[in-house]
Design a protein around this ligand. Structure first.
Ligand SMILES: Cc1ncc(COP(=O)(O)O)c(C=O)c1O
Length: 378
């Protein structure tokens, strides 16, 4: 099998993660008792917080809050920060994880959203942000990179403009955690970074979280409330991080997988992962140019996209291409709308969708050649 669907989920846990989880599960009894005391769970969470804070270039590990993934994180940030009468700016390539909660607030007449039009290749003119700002603009919600086109958005510049006007910045980093170095080129900082564990971070599904800055943490209402094991005499949520946003028993085994996996990523170096993925993408894009009947959607520049390429094959339905690639050569891709109708409308590929190839740390250069060969045959 050749796995080319990293943008959906990572194909396997690393041997170090598996070994750690095996040990953890082997000692279930002891761990359950320790979890009850909150000791083992707390230590595991702190270990993971330290790794995540380092990855996202944030000094204080307690600013990392764990959730079940980027979807919950974005819902918590959007519903916790926005209030009646707010205006929000977002983009025309957002994933439904951000677009649906924004749309629901708009439908209920709570907020108004302007979707900045990205070009068909997913690129965004930063000045459109400035033009869209109104007196009541409260937040700019943006994907770091499109999960349909791979295009990396000019987040640092757009968030810089938002900051000039005191506008909150919310980043969907589902496609870029562990894939793009957050400290590069002066760094990407946001009031809220929503991340997922099961893609570039290589952790178990059902993990992820938020990295929250002080300003957003103070303004954000908890969207889920419950026991935290702290300030238990009060019927209100604690006001400090991470407890304010982490009620209920946490997913300790998931958080442990995140800790080990992110530590590994840090020791390999995100810049090295980026370079590997950049060369895979460069080779794939160059090879695609030689194949007739293929249209590549996206920016076509490996320096400006993640290791993700969406294509259409003239005369073929996207699902049919995916099916044939799998049946002929065991190549796993994802076809359709990829939970982002907005991005497909932007690219002009709605409603048919595209065939999406996405690569990762474990992808070998020879696999790119095999995929190109399979496409030529097809
Ligand atoms: C851009 C983007 N945002 C959000 C999500 C949702 O992430 P999660 O699976 O962690 O909820 C995804 C994953 O499908 C994504 O690609």
């Amino acid at each position: 099998m050749i796995y080319a669907n990293y943008a959906a989920t990572s194909p396997a846990l690393s041997p170090a993660v598996i070994e750690t989880l095996r040990e953890y599960l082997g000692g279930t009894h002891l761990n359950a008792a320790r979890n009850f005391e909150g000791l083992e769970a707390g230590a595991t969470a702190l270990r993971a917080r330290k790794a995540v804070a380092k990855l996202f270039n944030v000094a204080d590990p307690l600013k990392a809050v764990f959730t079940s993934g980027a979807t919950l994180s974005l819902n918590m940030a959007i519903n916790g920060l926005l209030k009646e009468g707010d205006h929000v700016i977002s983009t025309s390539v957002e994933h439904n994880a951000a677009a649906r909660p924004l749309e629901a607030l708009q439908k209920n007449d709570i907020i108004e959203t302007d979707w900045l039009p990205c070009a068909a290749d997913g690129s965004l003119d930063t000045e459109t942000v400035r033009k869209a700002i109104r007196k009541n603009t409260r937040a700019l919600v943006m994907s770091h990179a499109s999960n349909v086109l791979g295009t990396v958005l000019p987040v640092a510049e757009c968030f810089g403009i938002a900051r000039e006007y005191g506008i909150l910045t919310i980043l969907d980093a589902a496609q870029t955690g562990g894939v793009l170095p957050f400290e590069a080129d002066g760094g990407v900082t946001a009031d809220v970074i929503a991340f997922t564990g099961h893609k570039g971070l290589g952790a178990l599904a059902g993990t992820g979280g938020l990295v929250i800055g002080e300003k957003a943490a103070a303004q954000m209402r908890p969207w889920i409330r419950g026991g935290t094991g702290s300030v238990s005499q009060s019927l209100n949520m604690p006001q400090f991080l991470p407890d304010k946003f982490e009620p209920g028993t946490q997913n300790t085994i998931g958080i442990l997988s995140l800790a080990v996996s992110v530590e590994e990523i840090l020791s390999v170096g995100v810049e090295n992962i980026r370079e590997h993925e950049r060369s895979l993408t460069a080779r794939f894009l160059a090879g695609l140019r030689e194949i007739k009947k293929i249209t590549v959607h996206g920016i076509l520049d490996p320096d400006r996209c993640t290791a993700l390429v969406s294509i259409a094959v003239r005369g073929y339905d996207a699902g049919e291409v995916s099916r044939r690639l799998f049946e002929n050569r065991g190549i796993v891709t994802r076809s359709g709308l990829h939970c982002s109708p907005l991005a497909h409308k932007t690219a002009g590929t709605y409603p048919h969708g595209t065939v999406r190839f996405s690569f990762g740390r474990g992808t070998a250069m020879e696999e790119i050649d095999t995929i190109l060969e399979a496409l030529s045959e097809l």
